[in-house]
Design a protein around this ligand. Sequence first.
Ligand code: ATP
Length: 238
Amino acid sequence: MLEIRNLRAFYGNIQALRDVSLNVEEARIVSIVGANGAGKSTLLNSIAGVLTSKGGTISFQGREISRMAQKSIVELGISLVPEGRQLFTHLSVLDNLHLGAYTYHRRKNKKIISDTMEDVFTLFPRLREREFQTAGTLSGGEQQMLSIGRALMARPRLLMLDEPSLGLAPLIVEEILNTIVTLNENGTTMLLVEQNAREALRLSHYAYVLETGRVVHEGTGKALLDDTAIEEAYLGGV
Ligand code: ATP
């Protein structure tokens, strides 16, 4: 579904991605793990068109997207749940969700918007209870649900999540990770960046390890979990 070849990205003179190549097959959960500063967010932002990469190719369902505008990438079916949620904190839950559906609003497709909103509320009943509440007053876990809900409003085929469990209590982390599995079972392909690497590998079909902008290991989630060298280097030992 997604094929990345020799991707390079820079911030000024600093090279954040060094010839990264990876594949995300349809209907899979694929994780990117690695230490702080490894380039994980840069990779997701490059795929989403938030950052422009400086070399290599990104193709989605056979189409080269690395030079496309962010909104065209959303329209093709890729949504990003960004690190730190990036909600419109002064707007209501409902308004944040509507903003996630802006491509459908442009096409005045009310039926798709209301059906998708219903799906989001079924997935996260707590958002329905708080639809008129200002996003900034939601708890951390509810804000993360809203950020995922907003991304789902664009009806992505590939959903990318950047550190969805960051700063959340263990029970909420479990809820968010379960949601990722549910969405995947319902047919959405997932590309996940997660500081909680062990949990991410447990639920991933496949994973890549990034180190200072390079892919240094790859394998099934289980194979990486069972690899003692990976365990010691990236998962904090047993
Ligand atoms: P973290 O888990 O800490 O978010 P990460 O793996 O997502 O880390 P990135 O945020 O992609 O890493 O950063 C990769 C490298 O690029 C780091 O060395 C970082 O300092 C650098 N970098 C990221 N954003 C910028 C920026 N806006 N300007 C300059 N350098 C940046």
